[in-house]
Unconditional design. Structure first.
Length: 243
């Protein structure tokens, strides 16, 4: 059984959905801490295409409740009002960027429902968007939250091994960047095979640009190509390397 582990990002990029589509189980990493004010935190920002150039789309998150506290679990983070990131402003940016995209009108509701969601909890909002997209893509992994799998283990790799063991996974599908910091011997000792998510980003026609730009939110693909093509790119065609 293949499992992947990932936080619930904001309007995640194509590669995130590629990993989840190839997994039997997605462990939602909701108990580890992040800095909600960090500009590099993917739970609150993602790139879209505006006038042919990458552009950051971001949410404003509340500060940790305790004085001096920097980080907090994503499941406790909240979206707070800010004129610079108000739903109407973000929706206007997306409409101006993708109004001419062939499938924008078909999927605009996904964005509107997330941005206008009355629930201020970031994780629940991000998860609702992700699950709606998975449904559109006919992708149905078992979803398990790390916070429901027992107390955290010290050590990054040990934590991953414990989470994978808890769901009965014998294969861990991870990103290529993980090879630089995780201890592969711990997976081997636990009888868990490593499968690195190697793939070439599919190239498709993007509105407003002649040169393809990769690494964008899944919204870019949803707005620019039919669902049938997106399902094909997610589920086929990439070569993998395993250890």
């Amino acid at each position: 059984m293949i499992a992947t582990i990932h936080q619930p990002d904001f309007f995640p990029w194509f590669g995130f959905f590629r990993k989840v589509a190839r997994s039997d189980v997605w462990i939602v990493l909701d108990h580890v801490t992040n800095n909600p004010r960090d500009a590099a935190f993917w739970g609150r920002r993602v790139r879209i295409l505006v006038n042919g150039q990458p552009h950051w789309l971001s949410l404003t998150l509340g500060r940790p409740p305790e004085p001096g506290q920097v980080s907090m679990p994503i499941r406790e983070m909240t979206v707070v009002p800010n004129p610079a990131t108000a739903p109407a402003k973000l929706l206007r940016t997306l409409r101006e960027a993708y109004a001419r995209a062939p499938y924008f009108r078909e999927h605009e509701w996904l964005v509107a429902e997330h941005l206008n969601d009355p629930d201020d909890n970031l994780m629940r909002r991000n998860m609702r968007f992700i699950e709606r997209v998975l449904l559109l893509l006919d992708v149905s992994p078992r979803i398990v939250y790390s916070s429901a799998l027992g107390p955290p283990t010290s050590g990054k790799t040990a934590l991953l091994v414990d989470l994978l063991t808890a769901v009965g996974a014998n294969t861990y599908l991870c990103g290529l960047g993980a090879s630089g910091y995780q201890d592969e011997s711990l997976f081997e000792a636990a009888g868990i095979r490593l499968l690195y998510n190697r793939f070439s980003h599919p190239v498709y026609r993007q509105v407003g640009t002649g040169d393809f730009v990769e690494g964008l939110s899944i919204l870019d693909a949803l707005f620019n190509m039919p669902i049938s093509d997106l399902r094909h790119f997610l589920c086929a065609g990439a070569s993998d390397a395993s250890h």
